[in-house]
Design a protein around this ligand. Structure first.
Ligand code: SF4
Ligand code: MSK
Length: 668
């Protein structure tokens, strides 16, 4: 029998094999043993009341199956989808709420370990929120910004603040179909109410509310989180880093930060270089302190400090199995409880830090923003104390991959014209001319039910060969990073001729790492900027752009797919559809949503079909916009892109102007 490949990453596969030979279970073996329930997998199971669970199966289930209460299969599937969107939205948005509360605490002088790092970004956000900022103390402006964002959670009427950032036509569609979100909490609560036994039973009505909740996530939770993180810790700009298990050091204390929240991780990075901390590590026999990341906390600190990442979701147990991690802190989301179990076989200390998330088998050190640095130092000391317990046990792996990350939407704007001419014009022109065929957001998790990271890798390569520019986020970025795909050389070696030319002219890789999963909001901002720039679609819908989450597993990914669909971006998700049992629900999420919003949510397990569908959407959008037909290597006339030399000239001129800061952040 041929061997089943569990991960498309050689180093991950090596650790999995080492684990198998040492009787250590991981998500890969558990996924193999634990087959998915075929009823639940396709959305045909309802358990919202205790007359059930009801399984709506059998011949003609779509028309004939009924739960005890009489609910039909489309109702049950639509309810299941709405609950997934609500849960995903709640996760992102609760994270955003914490960021807003931190910003408020900083502004009020209560969180003294933090500061406003990017004042230009603060002013830019204040401008969007129509908050006066000229001549006012920075903390007063920050307080008003934080307060306005906090109001977005509990607002009962009107629209969340950032809806106005979308192109007018996109907003009009939302108004027409009544999906403009009011308050984030309100939409999530209403979703839970509607899906309670005996409330909303019409599939289309349920799913329409799903889009409203999702917009509260995209233009609320995710966008608020991205912007506040930039304000507090700096707006990312291109930065070098490394990825994969080779980032762990044999002779240093390895402390890994895992989860999603950037606040404590930022403090850990900050204090890890304090002489007192380094000395402490030395007193335990280590040559230094090595901070690494995992999942999206990794993406946050990689984007701003170049801290290396050990990879995405499926790498968490494997990281511990290297035997080299002295401590792993976890905050919230995408943390497998299995890490506490696997850590028992090694010396690794798993430390939970969020008041919302504890785990049997882990040590809890409560993060408190009022004593953030002290908490960070305490954790570093714990990691150092554990260093002498390291044994030779483990699959010590040394491969690592170089990468460039840090592509905020502000930097992408800047790189197309420098400080004074920053715009999206060159990108739009390159698309119009056919040099770039279209843009794909490659996002979402990696998944042990497929050869993990393999579909990301396949699609990334095929898309850039087809002159498609990729914006990656979350574990999609981690998958590309560990495969050495996030380098400019990728363009030379693998991109189609048009995309290669653009990448060489601007000096960017063909896959732009935009950040964590909440930073999918950056893609919404980019799409809005492209619409405002002109020459393509005047709304987000109709752009030659597609979202793909080929290995998704989290409800957060579903919320993201739904907010892209509502904003006008067709999305393709891998695996079987979680509501595939109902033809009616499937049709609403594809055909009906496309007709109303020019976005859609497809599920397609076959990677080749995913690719074909994405390219088909892109080419049809090009056709509808009457752009020249995409033909590899044949381009039309377009504006000359700004090359590096020209940009340096502009920067020299910029330097002559006193009082204007660097590019770090705010664009214009
Ligand atoms: Fe069954 Fe209806 Fe209860 Fe769902 S709500 S579990 S379909 S009885
Ligand atoms: S961490 S949501 S596995 S992308 Fe953001 Fe990765 Fe998916 Fe979690």
């Amino acid at each position: 029998m041929s061997k089943v490949i569990k991960s498309a990453s050689d180093s991950a596969e090596e650790i999995i094999e080492w684990g198998e030979s040492h009787d250590i279970d991981t998500c890969f073996e558990r996924a193999e043993k634990l087959k998915q329930c075929p009823v639940g997998e396709t959305g045909a199971c309802c358990k919202v009341c205790h007359m059930g669970p009801c399984r709506l199966i059998g011949k003609n289930a779509e028309e004939e199956a009924r739960g005890v209460c009489g609910a039909t299969l489309p109702t049950v599937a639509a309810r299941n989808m709405l609950r997934m969107i609500a849960a995903g939205t709640a996760a992102h948005s609760d994270h955003a709420r914490d960021m807003a509360m931190t910003l408020l605490a900083v502004a009020e002088g209560e969180a003294k370990d933090f500061k406003i790092t990017d004042v230009k970004k603060l002013y830019r956000v204040a401008g969007i929120l129509e908050i006066e900022f000229e001549g006012r103390p920075v903390n007063d402006v920050a307080k008003d910004v934080a307060t306005m964002f906090i109001e977005d959670f509990g607002r009962q009427k009107g629209a969340i603040n950032y809806c106005k950032r979308a192109p007018k036509k996109t907003q009009e569609r939302w108004e027409k179909w009544d999906i403009t979100p009011r308050g984030i909490d309100r939409e999530v609560v209403e979703a839970l109410h509607r899906t309670n036994i005996g409330v909303d039973h019409e599939p289309d009505h349920l799913l329409t509310h799903g889009l409203k909740v999702a917009l509260a996530d995209g233009w609320g939770g995710c966008m608020i989180s991205t912007d506040i993180t930039d304000i507090l810790f700096g707006t990312p700009r291109p930065i070098k880093a490394e990825a994969s298990f080779g980032i762990f050091k044999e002779d240093e204390v390895n402390l890994i930060v895992h989860g999603h929240e950037p606040t404590l991780a930022e403090m850990i990075v900050d204090v890890s270089s304090e002489p007192e901390m380094v000395e402490y590590a030395g007193s335990k026999g280590a040559k230094g302190i090595n901070i690494g990341g995992m999942c999206c906390t990794a993406n946050e600190i990689l984007m701003r400090h170049g801290i290396p990442t050990a990879g995405g979701f499926t790498n968490q147990e494997l990281g511990i199995m290297t035997g080299l991690i002295d401590a792993m802190t976890v905050d919230v989301q995408c943390i497998m409880p299995a890490i506490a179990e696997v850590s028992k076989k090694f010396h690794t200390k798993v430390i939970t830090t969020s008041e919302k998330a504890k785990m049997p088998g882990a040590v809890h050190v409560q993060y408190d923003e009022h004593r953030a640095k002290e908490t960070a130092r305490e954790i570093i000391r714990m990691a150092c104390d554990n260093y002498p317990n390291r044994t030779t046990e483990g699959s010590h792996i040394s491969q690592k991959a170089p990468l460039i990350g840090g592509f905020s939407h502000e930097y992408i704007e800047y790189m197309q014209g420098g400080k004074w001419r920053a715009s999206f014009r060159p990108l739009n022109d390159a698309i119009m001319a056919g040099r770039i065929r279209g843009v794909v957001g490659l996002a979402g998790c990696d998944n042990p039910r497929v050869a993990s990271t393999g579909i990301h890798k396949y699609l990334a390569l095929e898309l850039i060969k087809n002159d498609v520019l990729i914006c990656s986020t979350g574990c999609g970025s981690a998958a590309c990073a560990t495969a050495s795909y996030l380098t400019p050389e990728m363009a030379l070696e693998n991109a189609g001729p048009g995309l290669r030319e653009v990448c060489e002219a601007i000096g960017i890789p063909p896959i732009l790492h935009l950040g964590a999963c909440v930073d999918n909001s950056r893609i919404l901002t980019i799409a809005s900027a492209m619409a405002h720039e002109g020459g393509l679609s005047d709304e987000i819908g109709g752009m030659p752009a597609v979202g793909i989450a080929p290995e998704w597993m989290s409800e957060k990914a579903i919320a993201i797919g739904a907010y892209f669909a509502a904003s006008g971006v067709p999305c393709i998700f891998g695996g079987e559809s979680p509501v595939g049992a109902s033809k009616e629900v499937t049709k609403i999420m594809t055909d009906v949503w496309f007709e109303r919003f020019m976005g859609a949510l497809h599920f397609e397990p076959d990677p080749e079909k995913m690719l074909a569908l994405a390219l088909d959407y892109i080419d049809k959008a090009r056709g509808n916009l009457k752009l020249r037909k995409y033909e590899p290597g044949k381009f039309g006339a377009e504006r000359v892109l700004m090359d590096m030399a020209a940009r340096r000239e502009i920067e020299k001129a910029a330097a002559a102007h006193a009082g204007v800061g660097g590019i770090n952040g705010s664009g214009n």
